[in-house]
Design a protein around this ligand. Sequence first.
Ligand code: XMP
Ligand code: MG
Length: 200
Amino acid sequence: MDASDMGADLEKVLVTADQISQRLAELAAQVDEDYAGKDVLLVGVLKGAALVMSDLVRALHLPAQMDWMAVSSYGSGTKSSGVVRIVKDLDTDVTGRHVLIVEDIIDSGLTLSWLVANLSSRGAASVEILTLLRKPDAAKVDVAVRYTGFDIPDEFVVGYGLDFAEHYRGLRFVGTLAPHVYETPHPTGASSTTEASTTE
Ligand code: XMP
Ligand code: MG
């Protein structure tokens, strides 16, 4: 999907498709350099990180392995609470592995700080984070992020893996929604405030 498929739902584009692919190439070059000679395990957080992961792994020259986790953060539909539940765990034993968590976005930081602690407690040799987006003004906890794509304002964003009620994940860019999209009842019946939990 691109901007022309979004019609009136889109308010503005924050990060273009070209900016994303250029930045991911830069981050991949850094990862290649930092992990040279090491066996790196990329851990993607479903569902949001699926697009970042697929573009990152193809930009890398390292022979990285991939695994996936799905976690659910309790809270309203648009805010995470820090209470995290594993919905799908890794298939891989991370003991002694160099883990690089691949994320779409760090908002409050609560989900990732929980995830770093969780993976570290399993005996990983190292746990680092790569995130496409970060909202510095929304941070509630300090999370050490090794690789950041873009710092963005504290606004709810969609596209490139990120959703609103499971829509818009397929956009090639990251943008904000027009208020009418989340202020009126959604066609699927979901709304931003009635969900008890969100999968990432
Ligand atoms: P926290 O607050 O724990 O949030 O850092 C992590 C997860 O919340 C989701 N999230 C968003 N999803 N647009 C989205 O579509 C956003 O602006 C947004 N902010 C947070 C996301 O799944 C992230 O991994
Ligand atoms: Mg996510």
